[in-house]
Design a protein around this ligand. Structure first.
Ligand code: HEC
Ligand code: HEC
Length: 340
């Protein structure tokens, strides 16, 4: 049985108060309340106080936020901010609540991630469109010529995925560092990059510090593994969450959109500021990172189990397992955000 990471260490800043106040406050909301967020998370009570807080409250706060149908009164909508990862204004402010191609396209994370349960995948009807034209909605289109339709990924085991990516990236960066040290002594070094039995091609370092990345395989030149999205271009749950909050819901997290980051208190021009604080994003990450990983079903009908076993053998013998590596053990199950 595989379990999700057991521990979430939130170490955005280190503090040494002997006993932490409860960082999570749950509030009662009637379904008729204009605003629907029903939890407050105080990041200053999380940072560095891991051993003193009840993580189940934090995870529950994340589940609630993930399931919340954000309303205008929560700050949903973004009349003057595009869906781009880097805060960007529309050239012309627009006043549409929902836009199928470039969003906002839903009220809750679970509007899409609901199959078979919260944190899961999504049906065809909730496919998202990643569009090229981020500055003008006029050019956002569901036509495959202009945008890229994506099925909704599930997040079960995603904390393990992120830990794996971090460990593998760390291995590759260590190999690069050692190669640089060797090259500095005056020779060209070609290092075979690998981690946990997976090969990533060859990196060549010249004595003058030039780096030849032309023989890398399956990894960007910065040697960072990005496990998330269908294309594998996002390194962390946190970054994906910040993107999704803005793109799908028009909910701007302070850590990306606050005045200190963008120079504008209400970057998206919806009349609301401080839509989600850092603690709320930490809770969303804690929830997703601790969703349990899927495990193979054990059938009670012997004939079915036999077929499944045959499939497992075939999976290996036909070469599927050469890419879908059956096991990639982790050195540590401790998930810290951001990484230590
Ligand atoms: C409109 C549907 C929709 C909504 C709403 C939505 N997502 Fe997603 N989500 C997707 C799709 C589609 C993908 C795959 C995206 C891709 O491949 O680029 C995805 C992928 C992800 C991933 C990457 C998972 C992986 O293993 O690659 C994370 C994390 C994620 N979403 C988090 C969230 C969070 C958090 C929210 C709410 C703030 C949210 N999503 C809201 C449709 C949605
Ligand atoms: C050359 C490497 C490679 C081989 C060999 C390979 N796969 Fe894949 N497979 C991938 C990659 C990469 C993806 C992700 C593709 C994407 O998301 O666009 C994938 C995705 C999948 C998925 C979808 C998983 C999901 O969560 O969406 C299934 C199912 C799958 N492969 C089954 C198989 C089977 C069965 C075999 C053997 C017959 C096989 N694969 C052989 C690389 C491979």
């Amino acid at each position: 049985m595989i379990f999700g990471p057991r521990l979430i260490a939130l170490l955005l800043s280190v503090s040494v108060a002997p006993v932490a106040a409860n960082p999570v406050t749950f509030v009662e909301r009637s379904p008729a309340d204009p605003a629907q967020i029903d939890v407050l998370v105080d990041q200053s009570q999380l940072s560095g106080k891991l051993s003193q807080i009840d993580l189940s409250d934090l995870i529950e706060a994340g589940r609630r936020l993930f399931d919340t149908k954000f309303t205008n009164a929560d700050g949903a909508g973004r009349p003057s901010a595009t869906q781009a990862t880097i805060p960007t204004h529309f050239k012309h402010a627009r006043d549409v609540a929902f836009q199928r191609a470039s969003g906002p396209d839903a009220n809750a994370c679970t509007s899409c991630h609901n199959n078979p349960a919260s944190g899961g995948a999504g049906d065809f009807t909730v496919n998202a469109f990643t569009s090229g034209g981020t500055e003008s909605a006029d050019f956002d289109n569901v036509d495959p010529q202009f945008s890229n339709e994506r099925g909704t990924n599930h997040m079960f085991g995603s904390g393990l995925m992120e830990l794996l990516a971090r460990e593998m990236s760390a291995d590759l960066l260590a190999l690069r560092k050692a190669a640089f040290a060797e090259a500095r002594a005056g020779k060209t070094v070609a290092v075979a990059l690998h981690s946990k039995g997976v090969s990533f091609g060859t990196l060549t370092i010249h004595p003058d510090g030039r780096m030849d990345v032309s023989k890398l395989e399956g990894i960007d030149a910065d040697l960072i593994i990005r496990p998330f999205s269908q294309k594998g271009v996002i390194p962390s749950l946190r970054m994906f969450t910040l993107n999704a909050l803005n793109a799908h819901h028009g909910m701007q997290a302070d850590e990306r959109f606050a005045k200190a980051m963008t120079g504008e208190a209400d970057f998206d021009g919806d009349g609301y500021i401080d839509e989600l604080n850092t603690g709320a994003v930490s809770a969303l990450v804690a929830y997703q990172a601790t969703l349990e990983a899927p495990v193979p079903v054990l059938f009670d009908k012997p004939a079915w189990q036999e077929m499944a076993d045959q499939g497992k053998t075939l999976f290996a013998t036909t070469g599927c397992a050469s890419c879908h590596v059956p096991s990639l053990p982790l050195r540590s199950m401790t998930f810290s955000d951001p990484p230590l």
